[in-house]
Design a protein around this ligand. Sequence first.
Ligand SMILES: Nc1ncnc2c1ncn2[C@@H]1O[C@H](COP(=O)(O)OP(=O)(O)OP(=O)(O)O)[C@@H](O)[C@H]1O
Ligand SMILES: O=P(O)(O)OC[C@H]1O[C@H](OP(=O)(O)OP(=O)(O)O)[C@H](O)[C@@H]1O
Ligand SMILES: [Mg+2]
Length: 432
Amino acid sequence: MQTTLGRQLGKVAPPRSRVQSAAPTVARGNAVRPRQLVVFGSLTRRPEDGGFGGKPLLNSMEDEVANAPAGTPKAYKPPPRDTLRMGLPSKGRMAEDTMQLLKDCALSVYKPNPRQYVAKIPQIPGLEVWFQRASDVVRKLRTGDVDLGIVGTDMFTELTDGDPDLVVCHEALGFGQCHLALGVPMTGKFANVTSLAQLRDMPDWTPDTPLRVVTGYHNIARRFFAKHGFQHVVLLSADGALEAAPAMGSADIILDLVSTGVTLRENNLREIEGGNILESQGILVANRRSLMERPGLLQIVHELIERFDGHLKAESFYSVIANMRGESPEAVADLLLQAPGLQGLQGPTVCNVYNRGPNDSAAAHHFYAATICVRKKQLYGAVKALQKLGGSGVLVQPMTYIFDEEPERWVKLCETLGVDPAQFSNGNGSSK
Ligand SMILES: Nc1ncnc2c1ncn2[C@@H]1O[C@H](COP(=O)(O)OP(=O)(O)OP(=O)(O)O)[C@@H](O)[C@H]1O
Ligand SMILES: O=P(O)(O)OC[C@H]1O[C@H](OP(=O)(O)OP(=O)(O)O)[C@H](O)[C@@H]1O
Ligand SMILES: [Mg+2]
């Protein structure tokens, strides 16, 4: 997608003089859409620029579908297959975190060797795992070459543009948390720019000297700047280390992922008010048609949601057992139910402790063991409260899973798809 010039410049933007502004269209991949407000840099090749040797570049139908704007009728149909497929990121932090999540959910991904891109999950026999770059997971979900996938919200939003053929089955997998934001220099002409409105209203931006934004998220950027009334913007491309571009002079500002904020800060950039565009984390996405037409896929999604939710919910709780003095189990339960933070999820479990006094004599006090779930953040307060109520021998254990009767997300997904959740619950699914 880049010209020779782009490659010579190490994939970062061209100097301002080479930027073509005020072009009437914006291109991404092979999709061209008319737009007035935002222009693009000369590094992006348009289909009408022609291909090699002056001949137009030909694209496969699969490629057209993978990169088409949302809502485009899809002519491509994936080759027939009997297997069910899940795409997972093949490298980088998303890959590691995805594998960790599956491991935490007692799902082992069996990959005979590291360079092989297909794997099995023995606990879910009908499902093949295919490792792909995260962006390709999204593209293959769109074409239907994979049925399920785990990616970041950022990538999903950038590449699908609200495509109704894809369905988000789990929107918060608890890893890869970051946000997409503008990074603006702290010094120079930006020294006093602390908000989006101030950035937009700077007199510097004209058709000849547009605001140069370097980003890997052109679709999101185009929508964002148009929505916020920016008149003269040029989007430039780079594959990494974007934070260097303003200091290098090859861009004015950046639009990139931020997590700790260290990279921005170390490159003398800062976020501005109104410049946080999108919150992102790992999500589970499915091809809608696959969900409806491929036998067994919904059962697998049900199982994945149950396992993910069971694990993610458990992560924020401890199981706490305390020996409580009391007249009866009911009296102990009453005591706990009245104390803030000691009710557990649905109420405490209280049972007998068969204790003896010294030398096998009768015990001076009768104890009951009360078990409750306590939020990790509230643990210390809960222990103190238990002690105040006469609790002793307080045991704290990590939780592995908390399974609800039916996860809310699953019920919502069934509603979205117009299917009855009851037909998939309890024993009808794949292996447990
Ligand atoms: N700093 C970050 N903190 C949390 N999540 C991130 C961060 N950077 C990227 N991600 C998530 O990881 C996904 C993949 O990012 P990216 O393509 O940059 O790969 P990577 O894992 O950083 O590896 P590399 O950049 O070396 O290819 C992003 O789409 C985003 O969801
Ligand atoms: O806010 P922080 O915690 O500093 O993280 C933000 C950085 O992380 C990502 O880069 P990555 O490390 O993936 O390097 P890359 O630019 O080569 O992709 C992202 O593109 C930012 O540069
Ligand atoms: Mg990266």
